[in-house]
Write a protein that binds this ligand. Structure first.
Ligand code: 3EB
Length: 337
């Protein structure tokens, strides 16, 4: 039996039917409402986060984050935020038609994010989502994803020899027609517990072949608030060691991604000693799919290999390596064992 007592201090993430406007007006504990298939430039309220990726499958859902209020909202430079008692959600949408090339836009987004966090009571990003128009465009090191990684590394302040906690992250490509680079995050007063995956080389140690600057993220972070703990899982793909496995085989890529998630959750259990994360009804799982035609096969594979009770949505998005066809991320809660 799982413990059904809801810790009102923690983040509650769920997928819901109904419109973004309806959910924004529904109660005073709404930290964020994510609406899929809309340009990030169309945000109507600091708590409203339109995400360019189209949702595949029906019915359409919005993602709702709730936490203890009161929720304060505002803006800082080009960032908009919603701040609860213990958690902050912030988002930035930079119009690439006005913000220079991808490297400059990425550096600017992370500069704004850092400057905002430095003066916030919730200084530590736990997870950052990055949605990058035309992510695989450009050859070799000119590829937009690699340029994005360069800009992020230009901005992120890490002293030589220091190894600060890193947030978990997702980096996914939106349509090359989408004008905005989007970055959004969840932050708290203390850093999360970083978890790396024993099956995978840590991303910041990827070899040179994947780009001039390695991506800066942890495979997952555990958020501890009062009695509750949640696992924020980074975008997880069919990467073992540092290599892509199962090229051109989308079902096998999804299975490998699920094995990576399972391995990460077990590593979290080993680190905390007492808390087992499970893919259960309490969490949310996002499945990113490069080719919409793969939806049925992905869905069938997920139904066969992941617990049926975890809520999931399917989004059309490009993965940061051309040979990756699918990726998953999610938020799951940990139960004391
Ligand atoms: C990988 O495992 C897939 O650049 O922030 C996953 C999650 C990936 C986050 C990022 C990239 C990022 O390397 C790519």
């Amino acid at each position: 039996m799982t413990n059904e007592v809801v810790d009102l201090q923690s983040l509650r993430a769920s997928y819901e039917e109904g419109s973004a406007a309806q959910w924004l007006g529904s109660s005073d504990d709404i930290l964020a409402v994510f609406e899929f298939g809309r340009s990030p430039l169309d945000s109507a309220d600091p708590r409203h986060v339109p995400v360019a990726l189209a949702q595949l499958g029906k019915p359409p859902k919005v993602e709702v984050w709730r936490c203890a209020g009161p929720i304060k909202t505002g803006s800082w430079d080009q960032l908009r935020f919603a701040q609860g008692e213990q958690l902050t959600m912030g988002h930035i949408a930079l119009d690439l038609r006005k913000s220079g090339d991808m490297r400059e836009a990425s550096r600017l987004a992370y500069d704004i994010l850092q400057t905002y966090l430095q003066q916030s009571p919730h200084q530590w990003p736990l997870k950052i989502w990055n949605y990058i128009p035309g992510i695989n465009q450009g050859q070799g090191d000119e590829e937009l994803y690699r340029q994005f990684c360069l800009g992020r590394a230009d901005a992120v302040l890490i002293d030589p020899g220091d190894s600060p906690p890193l947030p978990a992250a997702t980096a996914i490509g939106s349509s090359s027609e989408e004008p905005a680079l989007q970055v959004y995050f969840l932050a708290a007063a203390l850093p999360g517990l970083d978890v790396e995956n024993p099956r995978q080389v840590s991303a910041w140690r990827y070899p040179r072949q994947y780009g001039p600057r390695s991506p800066l993220f942890s495979r997952g972070t555990i958020l501890r608030l009062n009695s509750s703990q949640q696992f924020l899982i980074s975008g997880t793909a069919s990467v073992v060691g540092h290599q892509t496995h199962h090229e051109n085989q989308v079902a096998n890529q999804l299975s490998e991604s699920l094995r990576n998630v399972q391995s990460l959750l077990e590593e979290g259990y080993r680190l905390t000693g007492d808390s087992q994360a499970r893919l259960d009804g309490d969490g949310v799982l996002k499945v990113y799919i490069r080719n919409p035609a793969d939806l049925d096969l992905i869905r069938k594979t997920l139904d066969a290999e992941a617990p049926p009770e975890i809520p999931r949505i399917f989004l059309q998005g490009d993965i940061c390596r051309e040979n990756l066809l699918t990726e998953i991320d999610g938020i799951v809660s940990l139960q004391r064992s």
